[in-house]
Design a protein around this ligand. Structure first.
Ligand code: F6P
Length: 355
């Protein structure tokens, strides 16, 4: 079906993530090599509605790989979600002869892409979010960099905790997912990762800290995922101090985690995924999500990816299940079970490794 696709769009939407620029570059460079025209859609779906377009040539994506953020900018658009907005977006694509769009972002971006597909515009989703909360992929673009930032910051905090014999509770991002908290807790030797996914017994933690303190341990790091709710971390720091006598501080890393130069892993992942998205459009595929599964780049139907996400996030409704065959439902459940088992294994390691 090569050549039925002549012009493609590329946009980034939702929260930015380090590595998005590498994906934009990969989409642009491969598409140009394949003889396609590339339209950069600025400011996400909002920019699509405002026809905020600029043709991207090879040199327009030079020297952007090492920059965090997204050169195409990003937004969260409410107008796009309405039927009127979607119809208008599809009409704009037809008028500009855009044959398909690579949409880079998280689950909100994929919802937008799925809706746009329904209105006749082929879309390929590339998972770009620091949260790592897209069930069908082993890793999302930006996750590795965000964790590296957390590790760098925690290492610094630990130095001063050691000098002063203190504890520091730190809150990391991830929305409802505890992935950043769990892996960075392993990588920093934190005493605990406290995440929404698993029950947390503060008395067990306090006892562990009291014992370790008696045993000569001076620094304590507790990594809390933002999914635990507002002010949870601050309150926990106070409780720790009251229960253990260890002077405790709280730090929220917030948007620092979303910036900075992407790691090698994110640059390579984004390049592979961006290129794969163009291949999908060239193959005539209209509604896929690019994913990393067991080191391979694959693609999954957008609706199936959304079902897997809903199962993982416990938001799947009976009406959702009705739209899928038993095989697809089974495949999604198996995928989620695999992701959850891997996460639990990592979570258990945090505890085992910290004494
Ligand atoms: O989805 C990425 C993310 O950084 C989440 O980890 C966080 O909950 C959210 O975005 C913050 O969104 P905003 O940038 O709109 O404050």
């Amino acid at each position: 079906m090569e050549k039925t696709c002549k012009k493609i769009g590329v946009l980034t939407s939702g929260g930015d993530a380090p590595g998005m620029n590498c994906a934009i570059r990969a989409v642009t460079r491969l598409a140009i090599q394949k003889g396609l025209q590339v339209v950069g859609i600025y400011n996400g779906y909002d920019g699509l509605l405002k026809e905020n377009f600029k043709e991207l040539k090879e040199r327009d994506v030079s020297s952007i790989m090492n920059h965090g953020g997204t050169m195409l900018y990003t937004s969260r658009s409410d107008r796009f979600k309405s039927t009127e907005g979607l119809e208008q977006a599809a009409e704009i694509c037809r008028r500009h002869e855009i044959d398909g769009i690579v949409t880079i972002g998280g689950d909100g971006t994929f919802r937008g892409a799925a809706d746009l597909v329904e209105h006749g515009v082929p879309c390929i989703g590339v998972p770009g979010t620091i949260d790592n909360d897209i069930a069908v992929t082993d890793a999302t673009i930006g996750f590795d960099t965000a964790m590296s930032t957390v590790v760098e910051l925690v290492d610094k905090i630990r130095d001063t905790c050691e000098s002063h014999a203190r504890c520091n509770v730190v809150e990391v991002m991830g929305r409802r997912a505890g992935d950043i908290a769990i892996s960075s807790a392993i990588a920093t030797g934190a005493t605990a990762a406290v995440v929404r996914e698993y029950r947390f017994d503060e008395d067990v933690l306090f006892e562990k800290m009291r014992k370790a303190k008696k045993n000569g341990k001076r620094n304590f790091i507790i990594i809390v995922s933002e999914g635990k709710g507002k002010h949870f971390g601050e309150a926990l720091a106070e409780q720790i101090e009251a229960a253990t006598g260890i002077n405790s501080n709280f730090a929220k890393f917030a948007h620092v985690q979303r910036g900075g130069s992407p790691t090698l892993a994110d640059r390579v992942l984004a390049t592979r995924m961006g290129a794969a998205a163009v291949e999908e459009l060239l193959a005539g595929n209209a509604k896929r999500v690019i994913a990393l599964q067991n080191t391979k780049i694959v693609s999954v139907d957008i609706a199936e990816s959304q079902l897997a996400d809903a199962i993982m996030k416990n938001t799947a409704t009976p009406e959702m299940f009705e739209k899928f065959s038993p095989e697809v439902i089974e495949r999604c459940k198996a995928r989620v079970a695999e992701v959850e088992a891997k996460k639990k294994q990592l979570y258990d390691l945090v505890d085992i490794m910290s004494l």
